[in-house]
Design a protein around this ligand. Sequence first.
Ligand SMILES: [Zn+2]
Length: 268
Amino acid sequence: MIVDAHVHIGNSFWGEFSPEFLLKIIGDNTGICSNLAGIDSYTGKDEYQANMEMLEASRKYRQIKPLFVCQAERSQDTNILRHFLREYSDFLGLKFHPEFTKLPANSDKYDKYLEAAREFNKPCLYHSGHIKSKYSSPLLIYEKAKQFPDVPVILGHLSTGPEESHQAAIDIMLESIEKETATIYADVSWVDIDDIILLIESLKNTAKGDYTHRIMWASDAPVGDFNQKKEIYDKNLNLFKVKITEHFNDEKLLNNLLCNNARRLFKF
Ligand SMILES: [Zn+2]
């Protein structure tokens, strides 16, 4: 099994992505999925509708594993989230997009959602942006993650932007591990292969030992032109396999990055 730790369905700003369209791209892979119609909430759907749509897609296609999209920018009422987590154990985690929703990741408005995540023992996937972003910088996400040190927080894309952003995000991960300040994971969607290797090298050799279990392969499909064509998606996955094998020559590490790390974190 290969797990793509960051994929989407939904009609939104980014395009119109049915579950069937997603499956055409990811093929037999399992996808940890959230509904973009709930992230683009002003043109899309409210929290209840968006996550119900996500649930239905995941029950129709079992390889699609749902995350609950949180609209913390609109409401700090977590009754809908709690209802979903109680009634539908299908949901494996929570998803936040501080950049698109323009709610800085260190805002108190996220707190009730993170309290629910802690209570229900669910990881939280954040879109993480450029290190200088005033909404989704890994620095702001780290600030919040430190307030909830036992909640696993995933830096989606390890931050976007150039190498300096990735390096800063890696430094944050290292500090969180070495000082035990937070539980931070990263997915490598949109990250170029050289920076992925740098991330793996860094987490392999922390002062506390090998922490590469905190890294997950992901694509963010179908967001981005290159993620909307099966041939390119497959080519990128293959490039990842080839380069990681070339560099580390460690089959166990590769399988962990491609599957086991995500399965352990999301518990399925
Ligand atoms: Zn995404």
